[in-house]
Design a protein around this ligand. Structure first.
Ligand code: CLF
Ligand code: SF4
Length: 498
C-alpha cells in the first residue's frame, strides 16, 4: 500500500485529581470507575495501546468549519495526517464492518468516529452508527472526535448513546490567534469569518467541554502545534482545558507540505521538530498528563495504533464476509492479553528495582523497533515507526514515536530511507531492534546512534534499563563521555508502508 502526503493532570470531574492520572497511568493510579473506562482504550491509556486496537468508521463526510491545515480532499486533519483518504460508509455498512473487524481482531475494543469531516456536522449518520453498534456489539466502547462547534447541541444525545470518550480539537482560546488558524466557520445557517469566527468557535468548544465533563464523560483535548502561531499559547490552552475537567491533552505536530494543498502547506508554514514538540509536551505535563502516543490516524483506521489494517477491511471485502461475532471468544482473548499485561507490569517493577541506588541526572532517549506487546520484536529494516523512550534514574518513560519509511524494500536496504530514519531518531543515543544488518549498523554507529540487538524478544523497559545502567557505568569509568544529542525530524513527506 502506498499513501502520499503527511499532515496534521488530572481532570476535575472527568479525572481523578491525583498527580499521576492520564495516559501513562496504571490500575493503581486511578479510581476504579475511571480505570474501567480507560484500561483497554488505546488512546486514553498509554499502557493499553501496546495491547488493544481501535477502529474508525468514515461515516461523517461534511464539515462545518475550515482549518488552515485541512484539505477537504482528505480526512479531517484534527485526527489524521493529510494525504490519507478514507472510503465513506453508510451507518449500516459501518455496523457490518465493525462486526467483521471485531471477529477478526478480538483485541479491537474501541470504535471511534473521527471523520472524514466532523461527526457532529453529520449527526444523523453518526448517532445511527452508534445505535447500530451498541445493539450488535455492546462490549465495544464508543468514541467520538469533533471540532466542537456543534458539540453543545449534542451533549445530551452523546450521553444517551453512552459515548464514554469524546475528543475535542482545541487549538486556541484567544480569537486573535484563532483567526490565523480558522478562515471561517458555518453556524446556524450563517458563515462567520476572521476573529468573529474564532471567538464563536472557542466559546462553543469550551462550553461543550464543560457540559461533557459535568456529565462524567471522559474528554481528551487534541491540539495541533503550529510553530509561530499557537505553540507557546498551547500552555494557556492546556491550563484552560484542565480547569474545565479534560482528562488528557494530546499535542500533535502540524504536518505540512505544499503537496498537501492546505493553506498552511502552500504558505510554507512549517511543523515543529521532534524536540520542539517534546519540550512543549514536557512544559504542559506539569499541569496535566499528556498523550504522547497519538498516531494521527485516518478516519477509517483499523488495528493497533501505529499499524494500519484498513486495507483488509475495504467495503467490498467486508460486504462479502460472513461475519460471526462471538462475544465469548473476544472475552477469552482479552483475558489472555490481561495476563501478558501483568507480566509487563511486573517487568516494569523489576526495572525500577534495578535502578534503585543509581544517582545520576543523565537523561537519554532511545528508539525501539516493536510490533507491540511492549516487546523488542521488530527488525530494523521492517520498522514503519520507532517508539521513543526517555531513560533516567527514575525509569524508562514512553515519550513518543517517529514514523519512518521502510529501510528494507524487496529484500534490499534503501540508502535514501536510511538517511531519513537517522534524521527521525537523531536525538536518540541508541536504537533497540530484534535484528539489524551490517550496513545500517555501521551507518548508525557513524551517526552516533548505538544499534542494540542483544535484547531481541525482551520487554522494552527492562532491556532499556539494563542498557542504561551499563551506559552509566561506562560514563562513570570514563570509557565514554556523555554528550547530549541534536534534534530530530518529524516525518512530513510521503509515507510508504508495507
Ligand atoms: Fe479514534 Fe480518537 Fe477515539 Fe482514539 S484515535 S476517535 S480517541 S478511538 Fe487516538 Fe488516533 Fe490519535 Fe485520535 S491515536 S488520532 S488520539
Ligand atoms: Fe478539516 Fe477536520 Fe478542520 Fe473540518 S474540522 S476543516 S475536516 S481538519
Amino acid at each position: 500500500m502506498q499513501q502520499t502526503g503527511g499532515n496534521t493532570g488530572c481532570a476535575t470531574s472527568g479525572g481523578s485529581g491525583k498527580a499521576s492520572c492520564g495516559s501513562g497511568a496504571g490500575a493503581n493510579d486511578l479510581p476504579p470507575e475511571i480505570w474501567a473506562k480507560v484500561k483497554n482504550h488505546p488512546c486514553y491509556s498509554e499502557e493499553a495501546h501496546h495491547h488493544y486496537a481501535r477502529m474508525h468508521v468514515a461515516v461523517a463526510p461534511a464539515c462545518n468549519i475550515q482549518c488552515n491545515y485541512c484539505n477537504r480532499k482528505y480526512d479531517c486533519a484534527n485526527e489524521s495526517r493529510p494525504g490519507v483518504v478514507s472510503e465513506k460508509l453508510t451507518p449500516e455498512q459501518a455496523a457490518k464492518k465493525v462486526l467483521a473487524v471485531a471477529s477478526a481482531i478480538p483485541q479491537m475494543t474501541v470504535l471511534g468516529i473521527a471523520g472524514p469531516g466532523d461527526p457532529l456536522a453529520n449527526p444523523d449518520k453518526t448517532f445511527r452508527t452508534f445505535e447500530l453498534i451498541a445493539k450488535a456489539a455492546p462490549d465495544i466502547k464508543l468514541c467520538l472526535s469533533t471540532n466542537g462547534l456543534a458539540l453543545p447541541d449534542h451533549v445530551d444525545t452523546i450521553a444517551n448513546y453512552k459515548v464514554d470518550h469524546v475528543t475535542i480539537t482545541i487549538n486556541m482560546i484567544d480569537a486573535d490567534i484563532g483567526q490565523h488558524i480558522y478562515p471561517w466557520i458555518f453556524w446556524k445557517h450563517k458563515r462567520y469569518t476572521g476573529r468573529e469566527a474564532a471567538q464563536l468557535l472557542t466559546e462553543r468548544q469550551l462550553l461543550g467541554l464543560e457540559m461533557l465533563t459535568a456529565r462524567g464523560i471522559l474528554c481528551k483535548v487534541n491540539s495541533v502545534m503550529i510553530p509561530g502561531i499557537n505553540d507557546r499559547h498551547l500552555v494557556d490552552v492546556n491550563r484552560a482545558v484542565k480547569s474545565r475537567g479534560a482528562f488528557l491533552h494530546n499535542i500533535m505536530p502540524l504536518i505540512s507540505a505544499p503537496e498537501h494543498g492546505t493553506a498552511f502547506g502552500l504558505d510554507g508554514q512549517r511543523g515543529p521538530t521532534a524536540q520542539e514538540l517534546k519540550a512543549l509536551q514536557d512544559d504542559c505535563e506539569g499541569e496535566m498528563n499528556m498523550m504522547r502516543h497519538c498516531r494521527q490516524c485516518r478516519a477509517d483506521a483499523v488495528g493497533l495504533l501505529g499499524e494500519d489494517r484498513s486495507a483488509e477491511f475495504s467495503t467490498d471485502k467486508v460486504m462479502a464476509m460472513e461475519v460471526r461475532y462471538d462475544a465469548d471468544t473476544r472475552r477469552a482473548y482479552q483475558e489472555r492479553i490481561e495476563g501478558d499485561r501483568l507480566e509487563l507490569v511486573a517487568a516494569r517493577q523489576d526495572e525500577l528495582a534495578a535502578l534503585a541506588g543509581e544517582n545520576s541526572d543523565i537523561t537519554v532517549l532511545v528508539a525501539v523497533a516493536t510490533k507491540g506487546s511492549g516487546l523488542i520484536n521488530e527488525h530494523f529494516g521492517h520498522a514503519k515507526e520507532f517508539q521513543v523512550y526517555e531513560l533516567s534514574a527514575s525509569g524508562a518513560k514512553f515519550v513518543g514515536h517517529r514514523r519512518v519509511d521502510l529501510y528494507c524494500q524487496g529484500g534490499y536496504g534503501e540508502e535514501d530511507s536510511l538517511g531519513t530514519i537517522i534524521r527521525a531518531i537523531n536525538d536518540c543515543h541508541a536504537v533497540f531492534v530484534a535484528k539489524i544488518g551490517g550496513c545500517p549498523k555501521a551507518e548508525l554507529k557513524q551517526a552516533g546512534i548505538d544499534p542494540v540487538d542483544q535484547y531481541a524478544g525482551e520487554f522494552v523497559g527492562k532491556a532499556a534499563i539494563k542498557w542504561f545502567r551499563s551506559y552509566l557505568a561506562c560514563v562513570r569509568s570514563g570509557e565514554i563521555q556523555h554528550q547530549s544529542r541534536g534534534d530530530a525530524d518529524i516525518r512530513q513527506g510521503a509515507f510508504i508502508a508495507a
